[in-house]
Ligand binder design. Structure first.
Ligand code: 5GP
Ligand code: ZN
Length: 114
């Protein structure tokens, strides 16, 4: 998916504010933060969204959640609390079709979400 923006971040073709990377995961600060900490955690592999996930991605998805937890520790938002959001398709407001976990923290979250 050469036209995918997030793939271009992963390949370092477009610069972004990277906060974490390893063999399977990549994380960077959201350009339009909705909380003091707003980081996107993505697989290096191009997967459109949760609806496109297969059983072959189970280990990868578990790893991405661990990365969210690890970054939350690094960002100092673990004890106060944080939210991890995965928007899937139009009604959820998905705008970039490369699977990404939003890691949000640093303020009080409300429920239900909008
Ligand atoms: P979605 O709406 O698909 O769940 O989330 C996409 C997210 O990507 C949004 O929060 C949006 O602000 C972020 N985003 C879109 N374009 C860019 C960009 O060029 N750089 C960064 N860092 N984030 C982006
Ligand atoms: Zn992609």
């Amino acid at each position: 998916m050469s036209e995918c923006l997030f793939c271009k971040f992963v390949k370092r073709e477009i610069p972004t504010q990277v906060v974490y990377e390893d063999e399977h995961a990549f994380a960077f600060r959201d350009i339009n933060p909705q909380a003091p900490t707003h980081i996107l955690v993505i697989p290096r592999l191009h997967i459109e969204n949760l609806a496109a996930m297969g059983t072959e991605h189970e280990t990868l998805m578990g790893h991405l959640l661990w990365v969210c937890a690890e970054i939350a520790r690094q960002e100092g938002i673990e004890s106060e609390g944080y939210r991890v959001v995965l928007n899937t398709n139009r009604a959820a407001g998905q705008s970039v079709y490369h699977l990404h976990f939003h890691l949000l923290g640093g303020r009080q979250m409300t429920w239900p979400p909008g």
